[in-house]
Design a protein around this ligand. Structure first.
Ligand code: SIN
Length: 305
């Protein structure tokens, strides 16, 4: 069913004392104004966190911060999470480069395809943060979709049917997909910005994956959301492929419909963060000839319930 942004959609801004929120789209996302990320007070932080949970993705413009300041702001949200993708940059193991050079002939970039971050881990990341340093003049946007709003729009019968289900998340499906991407039919591998992690367990864990509730509950707000994506969700526990695939395909199509999304056009010094428990996101490989240099940190999450 195609939804339209009215009725129970509410992405309006709350009145804050220390920050200002300006909604980006009807479904989710907000720009936060009045904050210097290098000097965030405790009172500002409380409101930033509230705004993050309310809008699912928030962003700040004009934040000319360095890796140390990026790490310090990130650490206010909790412990750094396992990334399973990179070892970080020199002297900053928690700051992961997401870089595509102007003439990099990559078929698939890091983060393309709707996904939630690293759900193949037993405790997937709660929050991800991305800082733009160099961006294309156009293209290279990121989109997010509100998976809590998507859940709320399902019928009660569908909600009851999904309630006990668990999904398997692993990189297997993604690997299968990228092997068939070549124009001439030959395998195309993820040659991307991302320098693979040197942790030998990381690759194994990505492949083995983990089972998680298909409907998860946010540990702070109690909000329920659909935990299912196009990139990593392979199957439903206890069902065969023929049974599970139509349900998963329907849910991905439902979650990623336009009405639930927002889209951010990056500028240098834009800093965005999102809650992986409440939204999916995707990057675009649409800026051939232009460099895109970003840095990412992630905050550890809990075992999804
Ligand atoms: C990511 O998936 O974390 C990266 C998103 C992006 O580069 O826009």
């Amino acid at each position: 069913m195609i939804h339209h942004p009215f009725g129970i959609f509410d992405n309006s801004a709350k009145e804050y004392q220390h920050i200002q929120a300006e909604p980006l789209a009807a479904a989710m996302g907000a720009e936060i104004l009045g904050v210097d990320l290098a000097n965030v007070s405790a009172a500002e932080f409380q409101e930033i966190q509230h705004a993050l949970f309310r809008h699912k993705m928030i962003y700040f413009r004009d934040q000319d911060i360095n890796h140390v300041e990026h790490e310090a702001f990130s650490a206010k949200f909790g412990e750094f999470g396992d990334d399973a993708y990179t070892d970080g940059v020199a002297d900053h193991s928690q700051v992961q480069p997401v870089l595509r050079e102007a003439n990099d002939p990559v078929a698939i970039i890091f983060g393309s395809g709707w996904h939630t971050d690293s759900p193949f881990l037993a405790k997937p990341p709660a929050i991800s943060m991305l800082r733009a340093v160099d961006v294309p003049p156009y293209g290279g946007d990121t989109m997010w979709t509100n998976s809590a709003l998507a859940y709320s729009q399902l019928s009660d019968t569908m909600k009851s049917m999904l309630a006990p289900l668990k999904v398997h998340m692993s990189i297997q499906r993604f690997l299968k997909e990228i092997k068939t991407t070549g124009k001439d039919g030959s395998p195309v591998y993820l040659k991307s910005s991302i320098k693979e992690s040197s942790n030998p367990n990381a690759a194994k864990q990505k492949f083995i994956g983990a089972f998680h509730p298909l409907v998860r509950t946010h540990p702070v707000t109690g909000e329920k959301s659909l935990y299912c994506d196009k990139t990593y969700t392979t199957c439903i526990q206890g069902m065969n492929e023929e049974e599970a695939r139509p349900i998963l395909d329907y849910l991905v199509q439902h979650i990623t419909q336009v009405a639930f999304t927002c889209r951010l056009r990056w500028k240098p010094n834009t800093f965005a963060l999102w809650d992986n428990r409440l939204c999916l996101h995707q990057a675009f490989n649409d800026h051939d000839g232009y460099r895109r240099e970003m840095y990412r940190t992630i905050i550890a999450g809990e075992t999804p319930i």
